[in-house]
Ligand binder design. Structure first.
Ligand code: NI
Length: 204
């Protein structure tokens, strides 16, 4: 186990498309993922992609915090759904994303490769993601809200895309401490859940 160095914006590894993993069950892949988990936890991130630790392979890990249910009815529906708990650590190899809606929502994002900054980014509000786990078993999950946002952010890293490239209004890219000092006078995340607006300090 080791804490790996995180590449920052400007490093070419973050601009290059990553390669498919031929065999997720190889011990080197397991060792890399183990180091990625340790690195992500150490850095306080909610997700990490292999290119961020200078490895150009299509591997992402994430553990978005579980969103509080809106009301009891929704909570019951969520309990009934056989979905992955969004709070649990997921390891996704050779992922694919399929949007389940054309709707996009705005929300704050940060990135361990763009330290000290955050921005308001549009993302699909509901997606299905699929890929392989460390045993090479297929995985297919529907996600929405912050969970869907984190997965889209991480998978973009595999195509050499950082969140500022997804922004539609660069006035809302800035330093976290300045946004904390001068909160926006409007609600850019109004289409999103409350939890989204509160997740502004999360980095992925
Ligand atoms: Ni990131």
């Amino acid at each position: 186990m080791a804490i790996l160095k995180i590449a920052k914006m400007g490093n070419p590894v973050l601009r290059a498309p990553a390669r498919e993993v031929p065999d997720p069950t190889q011990p080197q892949i397991r060792a890399l993922v183990s180091d990625m988990v340790e690195t992500m936890v150490d850095a306080g991130g909610v997700g990490l992609a292999a290119p961020q630790v200078h490895v150009p392979l299509r591997i992402v890990i994430f553990h978005p915090p579980a969103e509080p249910a809106e009301d009891a009815e929704e909570e019951a529906a969520e309990e009934a759904a056989p979905e992955v708990d969004p709070g649990q650590l997921t390891i996704l190899i050779n992922p694919r994303i399929e949007p389940l809606t054309e709707d996009t929502g705005l929300g704050w994002e940060g990135c361990l490769s763009v330290p000290g900054m955050r921005g308001i980014v549009p993302r699909f509000t509901r997606i299905r993601y699929s890929g392989l786990d460390l045993n090479g078993h297929p995985l297919s999950v529907e996600a929405e809200g912050f969970h869907a946002r984190v997965v889209q952010h991480e998978c973009d890293h595999l195509d050499g895309i950082l969140y500022p490239q997804r922004m539609t209004d660069l006035r809302f890219l800035g330093f976290t401490d300045e946004f904390d000092r001068h909160p926006l006078s409007f609600a850019p995340a109004e289409e999103e859940e409350e939890a989204e607006a509160e997740s502004e300090a999360e980095e992925a």
